[in-house]
Design a protein around this ligand. Structure first.
Ligand SMILES: C[S@@+](CC[C@H](N)C(=O)[O-])C[C@H]1O[C@@H](n2cnc3c(N)ncnc32)[C@H](O)[C@@H]1O
Length: 231
């Protein structure tokens, strides 16, 4: 039985302050009730998921990998990956109980976890993908929420064997909705370089107001050639 008061609280990593997520859960729930199993149902009103999924997963190779879709929503990433790979293992995790139930119904063989915070994720995987998960600030304090996002990236990266990819909305926009988290590309790249890995790709080429960072776990330099190992 899920404890409601706990479900609606996130604890920030460092300060252990509580951040209400009830408004966020409510907004996703309402979007789903209004729009059903569609991009608009996970608050991507204009779709374009395949552009995002391509930027987040273009580097995947082989077939025998595992991927955790953190903030999976209705698991729209899965059919996208199914077109390219046939033996990989997909896992989902989300805060919204309705999304988790829908995903279990659509894909009974998939492991999908209802989470209250990123700290609930303990399992190692090859890749973590985070698409749109941190687009909405659910705190009156943007800086506090950004700290929470950064702590989530550090934690989830500690669990990956190959890569973590994440997308954000950029701060190079004329208009920002109150609750939207717009991120400075250079600052996020610096954070990732300093706290996750020096081996990363920043992709600002696929959409004008969003960007993706792909971070690789293996950043060992092969000497004397001064190249990275292929992974
Ligand atoms: C914009 S939707 C994107 C869904 C999916 N990744 C996609 O691209 O279709 C963001 C999703 O992240 C989930 N989410 C937001 N904050 C989260 C958190 N802290 N932990 C886990 N999931 C979260 C929301 O419930 C929602 O399903």
């Amino acid at each position: 039985m899920v404890n409601l008061s706990r479900r609606n609280l996130l604890m920030t990593d460092n300060k252990k302050k509580s951040v209400s997520v009830s408004s966020l859960v409510r907004q996703y729930r309402n979007a789903f009730m209004a729009n059903g199993d569609s991009p608009a149902g996970v608050l991507w009103p204009r779709g374009r998921q395949s552009l995002r999924f391509d930027a987040l997963t273009r580097h995947f190779s082989g077939n025998d990998f595992s991927v955790l879709d953190y903030g999976c929503g209705l698991a729209h990433l899965k059919p996208y990956l199914d077109q390219r790979f046939d033996r990989y293992k997909y896992y989902g995790a989300d805060l919204v109980p309705e999304f988790v139930e829908v995903v279990k119904g659509k894909y009974p063989d998939v492991g999908v976890q209802l989470v209250q915070t990123y700290e609930d994720i303990k399992k190692s995987v090859d890749h973590v993908v985070i698409s749109g998960t941190f687009n909405m600030i659910d705190s009156s304090d943007r800086a506090e929420y950004l700290e929470h996002v950064q702590a989530a990236l550090v934690h989830l990266f500690s669990l990956v064997r190959v890569s973590l990819s994440v997308n954000f909305m950029t701060d190079r926009v004329d208009f920002m909705q109150n609750q939207a988290l717009h991120v400075n590309v250079s600052e996020m790249a610096d954070f990732i370089r300093n706290h996750l890995s020096t081996r990363l790709m920043v992709d600002e080429s696929y959409m004008p107001y969003e960007f993706t960072v792909v971070v690789f776990k293996d950043n060992e330099i092969v000497r004397p050639d001064n190249i990275y190992r292929q992974s």
